[in-house]
Design a protein. Structure first.
Length: 171
């Protein structure tokens, strides 16, 4: 599938170069993925600005969505140094978006968790998107929505695979 996506991407780019009236992002699946990525990127940029935080700060808050995490996991997931994570958590803590809590399994360690304030602010920003997506899923029906979710998961796996290859010096 990845090879097909790359071939589609290059075919689209060549088609666009041959015919300037064809937008470069009009390549079916690849074009839709690019459009989705761009739309999410714009939405997240505006959400971060509305919250008064940087994009990596918002990415950190996304990691905390399902509960407290160790600073080392934040560093790993955001590809930051431990010093950068400390500064990021300090910024978010000053704004009341996170707090450090003791790690029950290791009394020398702390966990970072989101505060209720951040959920109130994020709900205000993202609830229109959630409501629109719920309506879309309703229109799709369960089977089609499950297929779309599987497709998005597959695309995420392909992107993670490609990132790992690049990080490992390949590609």
């Amino acid at each position: 599938m990845a090879v097909h996506l790359v071939r589609s991407q290059f075919a689209c780019q060549n088609k666009a170069m041959d015919n300037p009236s064809v937008p470069p992002d009009d390549a079916g699946l690849v074009g839709a993925m690019r459009a989705l990525h761009g739309a999410v990127d714009r939405l997240d940029a505006l959400a971060a600005a509305r919250l008064g935080i940087a994009r990596n700060d918002l990415r950190c808050l996304n990691l905390l969505e399902h509960g407290p995490v160790a600073p080392r996991l934040i560093a790993e997931r955001l590809d930051l140094t431990s010093g950068s994570v400390t500064a990021l958590v300090d910024r978010l803590e000053r704004q009341g978006y996170v707090r450090r809590t003791p790690d029950a399994s290791d009394r020398r360690a702390v966990l970072v968790e989101a505060t209720p304030l951040v959920y109130v602010r994020l709900i205000a920003i993202y609830s229109p998107v959630s409501e629109a997506l719920a309506k879309l899923v309703e229109r799709y029906g369960n089977e089609r929505a499950a297929a779309a979710a599987k497709h998005l998961s597959d695309v995420a796996r392909i992107c993670d695979w490609a990132a790992a290859k690049i990080a490992g010096g390949e590609g």
